[in-house]
Design a protein around this ligand. Sequence first.
Ligand code: RTP
Ligand code: MG
Length: 140
Amino acid sequence: MAATRTFSIIKPDATRRNLTGAVTKMLEEAGLRVVASKRIHLTREQAEGFYEVHKERPFYGELCDFMTSGPVVVQVLEGEDAVKRNRDVMGATNPADAEEGTIRKTYAESIEANSVHGSDSEENAANEIAFFFSEDEIVG
Ligand code: RTP
Ligand code: MG
């Protein structure tokens, strides 16, 4: 099976606790390769745009507050079946429901401060990658 790409964010709760390397190690051990990476502080506009799909959800405002509360690391990951592989190693949205050995079970603080984002489909992965990276910033 050919390598595919997904998009990942190491969220502010994880960068605050200096877990960028620890989280990335778990991604790498799951068979994913970091082919683009940058540490940025999201603007309010970027956070609201990125999470536009959740605009009507009750947690949208808080989620945008949280995602702009500190730096994040945005990454493009490559691997076999990258979207699913990443979702599997991330674990359930709520760390209380996440399986042992997943990033969220290991590191997440709460359903909101849950350490990582990962695209949930190949189509969204392509859109989310393009939101943050130009093709020449991705080195496979
Ligand atoms: P993500 O998009 O970050 O990879 O997470 P996900 O698919 O597992 O979860 P999703 O339903 O897309 O929600 C996006 C993010 O919103 C926050 N959230 N807060 N307070 C709440 O009930 C609540 N529910 C979700 C989390 O940060 C979640 O990752
Ligand atoms: Mg999601």
